[in-house]
Design a binder for this molecule. Sequence first.
Ligand SMILES: [Zn+2]
Length: 500
Amino acid sequence: MVRLQQLLSIALFLLLSGSSKGTLVSGLLAEGTKWETPYYVIKGPKPGPTVFLTGGLHGNEPAGALAAEQIRHWTILMGRLVVLPRANQPGLKAETRHLPELPREHADLNRNFPRTDAENEASSLIGREIWRLAQEAKPDWVIDLHEGYHFHQIQSKSVGSTVLASRPGDQRSRPFVSRMLATVNTTVEDPRKHFVPLRGTANGSLTRAAAERLGASSLILETTTREQPLSLRARQHRLMVRTLLQDIGILGADAPPLIHPRDPLSLHVAIYDGGGTGASGPRNLQKVMKTIPRSLTWPIGPSDILEGALAHFDVVIFPGGSGSKQAAALGIKGRDKVRAFVKHGGGFIGICAGAYLAAANYSWSLKLCDYNTFCEAREIPGVGRKSMWYRGPSSTVTMQLTPAGNEIFGHGGEPLKVRYHNGPIVSRAGIPELSDYQVLAWFRSEVSRYETQRGTMINTPAIVSGKFGKGRVLSISPHPESSQNLHPLVARAIRWAGGP
Ligand SMILES: [Zn+2]
């Protein structure tokens, strides 16, 4: 019911705004069942080819679902774009390849479509619904987004980083595939990680059934999950789809690979997951974001930021990892983009590594907030010269919110247990161009590795906030997003950062 209301509000929004070229229709497959999932039909202002785009047939391949969800906001010049972003909704939620709870022979959704020389019938409820939608769409192209576990050129057992063309029709699609590969491969430095073409797809797959029975040019695009952030994989999907849509004339030559979502939402949050980011930060923050109604969260990487993608968001979060590596991945131009985003009113949240990134004292740091970090090297007797930022493995410390912190985080003044993993110990930098920070929480306990660190953490700021231009900056040294019980506090802080 909630989803239906959302869809109605989207439709109403489009009706009232009247701003989009062409129109949008949306609906639900398998309505009222646990397989229920939305689809979207974007119509161009004039006739043209129809593209049927699917993501998430396998639930443990999230980049396809994310890319399709992002592509459904595109405006097209002609024809139709039918998008089903989350085909296997329960599998995506459970992060399993298969349709949960179905017998083995029906569990793989991408083997549930009519087989070669068999009846024109799909198996499983959601399989039948998808096949019905595909037949009704009469597509010229069927594009199904997937992910492999390894780069095909390095591990040939995996189809990661390939484009598979279904037969028949693979001859026809070949020049289009060449151009898709050329585009995406210019963004991949390592030649062994380049995308390569393959021919033929599995019996029972959506694209093979569409090629055989609907006469559609049908492709499976496969990114590689191995050691690559979600933002990068979704971007590769978008780049390939964009190239095809431009090639067949339904997308303009200047269409950006990421655009502002159509839906009327109150909060758009970007979580940086590029170089220098650990795996757990973005995951935990996604969980926090799920508790904020009418919000949208997309991961972004350095390439997105360089292209100006921050313009689509109210807040950017830089999670834990390494501040200097995040800075290196962003490069000077990327860092300038982040500073400009905050200066013009965007919210910035740095957690641990992200708080180092916001600091004033490094050549590579963003200088968003007027603090230095305690990171000088000191001579430790019998050990040698050691940098003071390192205090040991992950641990639990106590922090206490100030009255200002209470207002933002919505919590009383009693001390809180919070995970700490070498976040910055900050002190005023006194840089005239930067406004003073406000302390939102104090460390009330400390951890130390070396004698010279004793007493340098307790009663120093754990969380500070400041203003940079028109934007709000929130700098968090520990990891409140790691603790489920602190998620409501983090959610409030994110909303605050997105405020005026
Ligand atoms: Zn797959």
